[in-house]
Design a protein around this ligand. Structure first.
Ligand SMILES: Nc1ncnc2c1ncn2[C@@H]1O[C@H](COP(=O)(O)OP(=O)(O)OP(=O)(O)O)[C@@H](O)[C@H]1O
Ligand SMILES: O=C(O)c1ccc[n+]([C@@H]2O[C@H](COP(=O)([O-])O)[C@@H](O)[C@H]2O)c1
Length: 211
């Protein structure tokens, strides 16, 4: 990796707490915005970065082109402390553990927190080097309709039960020694990219822009 911190386009001041919300964002929607705002507040973060992924290793559908998803994400984000980034594609990493390791090497004094919806906690133990992710960064999990209970009963939740930070202490998450994770109940939005794709709304938007 010959990339510098500047090449990533991310301006992340040392000492700050930065939440990383990785996703396909195919397309981005109000649910992503909602959990990002809640993560800023509930986990006491200075910034949330949307890491628009080249592709989720566990999903088999080919996502829309990265540039189309980046453009849609930028158009949707309306918050000064939420940033949209294609750093993962620049880093050339397909897996989250690798992405986090690279970002930590580029921004050694930033306190990163991995963010995800409850659906991802349910299958987190299938991710590559998932123990390594939990060893590297605290993980903030946000409620998602239909997944609150299964997430809390997940393999990860059971194996890392002792590393769970009670939700009333969620603002301490970024300061915690790893492994640490915290599940917060937040106002939920019943939106998903797959449902939007199924409705054909994303295709219609892409057609309208000619992409
Ligand atoms: N409505 C939502 N509530 C809570 N978390 C969400 C919501 N939508 C997305 N997320 C979380 O945001 C991150 C990125 O999600 P992603 O881009 O895959 O969107 P998605 O709606 O989950 O897509 P798909 O329907 O294709 O699975 C994931 O951690 C996911 O759990
Ligand atoms: O690293 C892995 O093995 C891995 C497996 C599944 C998902 N992820 C990451 O989880 C994030 C959410 O994925 P998605 O497609 O549900 O939006 C995104 O950043 C993916 O790269 C990562």
């Amino acid at each position: 990796m010959n990339l510098t911190a500047q090449d990533t386009g991310l301006s992340l001041p040392p000492g700050r707490s930065v939440g990383l919300l990785g996703g396909s964002f195919d397309p981005p929607h109000a649910g992503h915005l909602g959990i990002s705002r809640e993560a800023l507040r509930r986990f006491g973060l200075d910034r949330v970065v949307w890491l628009v992924s080249p592709g989720n290793p566990l999903k088999h559908h080919g996502p829309a082109p990265l540039e189309t998803r980046m453009e849609a994400a930028r158009a949707l984000v309306d918050h000064p402390r939420i940033t949209v980034s294609d750093a993962e594609a620049q880093l050339g990493s397909a897996f989250t553990a690798e992405t986090i390791a690279s970002l930590q090497a580029l921004f050694p004094r930033v306190r990163f927190v991995w963010l995800m919806g409850a659906d991802n906690l349910r299958q987190f133990h299938l991710w590559q080097n998932w123990h390594d992710i939990l060893g590297r960064v605290p993980v903030g999990v946000l409620a998602r309709p239909g997944d609150r209970i299964s997430a809390r009963r997940s393999v990860t939740a059971r194996i890392y039960a002792d590393a769970r930070l009670p939700s009333r202490e969620s603002r301490r998450l970024s300061q915690m020694t790893t492994p640490a994770w915290c599940f917060v109940n937040v106002p939920m939005t019943d939106l998903s990219s797959s449902e939007i794709r199924a409705r054909g709304a994303w295709q219609a938007a892409k057609d309208a822009r000619g992409t």
